[in-house]
Design a protein around this ligand. Sequence first.
Ligand SMILES: Cc1cc2nc3c(=O)[nH]c(=O)nc-3n(C[C@H](O)[C@H](O)[C@H](O)COP(=O)(O)OP(=O)(O)OC[C@H]3O[C@@H](n4cnc5c(N)ncnc54)[C@H](O)[C@@H]3O)c2cc1C
Length: 372
Amino acid sequence: MLSKVKISGGGRCNVTNYISDPDIFSSMYPRGNRFVRKAFYQFYNADTIEWFESRGVKLHAEKDGRMFPVTNNSQTIIDCLMNEANHYGVEFMMQSSVKQINKSESGWELILSDGRSFNADTICMATGGGNKLEHFQILQALGHTISPPVPSLFTFNLPGHPITELMGLSVSNATVKIQSENLKESGPLLITHWGLSGPAVLRLSAWGAQLFAAKNYRFTIVVNWLNQEKEEQVRFLFQQIRIQNGSKKISATCPFELPQRLWVYLLTQSDIEDGCRWADLSHKKQNQLIRLLVSSEFKVEGKSTFKEEFVTAGGVDLKEIQVATMESKLQEGLYFAGEVMDVDGITGGFNFQHAWTSGFVAASAIAKKLMN
Ligand SMILES: Cc1cc2nc3c(=O)[nH]c(=O)nc-3n(C[C@H](O)[C@H](O)[C@H](O)COP(=O)(O)OP(=O)(O)OC[C@H]3O[C@@H](n4cnc5c(N)ncnc54)[C@H](O)[C@@H]3O)c2cc1C
């Protein structure tokens, strides 16, 4: 029960994000940003913080905006949610899943995998994401359109590439873009045993989730190790260095905030010998070094999950859901919450915030309907 909450945020549960502007907050959702923006009118991050605090769970924000329980332990969140469920007498049925949902005269009939069946006035589908269409079969059978599910939030594999020998190194602000596509992201970039990771890569994987799936995770990326720096700016800088530091060894005088081992790697890839001095750097080798600094190309072949933290891009088409209630526009009495919908965010607490928001909106609407 709540197994994903348990392992979320590296066992700390990144409950939400501190960004206060809903426009900025909703821009963190590659799919569903306009939908969540509207839903935030009913339940936003401040409501999440208040909801947990009023139940004895204080949250704290880290510098990058991610919010965790002050205990830094996801069990605190699980205990809080379970207490609340017990308080309202929620009954859990474990070890069986819902196989089928039928419309009945009074509402709904649910058929479980162990053969049992139940009647319900309303249903809230909060079955999460799944990378196979079968996961959404029950909803397709009820007439809902499913945007094809594909994984989001992954790292890029560069099998056998020499850069992977620098595993563990990170650059604080690099830009990664996809060749021939209008997709790019900046931020910390991490070199791993398998390829490239870090926030810049994870965010790019989210924005391009469908494109990368269509390319079968084979595409070329271009890395600017100097973030936005342009070729001409670097060339100008090199001219100055050659005048001021001509007698110094290039390998010992990296003019950028790059890890020394990465600098040496880029020099080696540009055929610049270890003892070469700035004054002796040939134009050809200088051009090659500048090219590698601002536009190193890598052929990505495959993906890996980042700390097993992934979400599904795709799910129930948002055009078929009323944002004010989370009720299906096709089936009265059928509601949705969480990742089952075609909404997904980048890392940083955005996926849980969508789950809390849509869960709150759906539950409020169901309660109102049943009271009427
Ligand atoms: C390792 C990991 C770490 C993460 N960390 C974070 C984080 O720190 N912050 C963040 O914002 N997001 C995080 N995420 C994403 C976040 O966990 C999900 O977006 C969120 O859990 C979605 O909630 P949900 O209720 O929609 O679905 P889920 O949490 O996936 O829950 C769906 C539930 O429905 C059940 N179910 C499915 N089908 C059926 C069926 N037919 N019958 C009965 N039950 C069914 C499942 O067993 C499951 O219990 C993480 C994801 C992973 C995988």
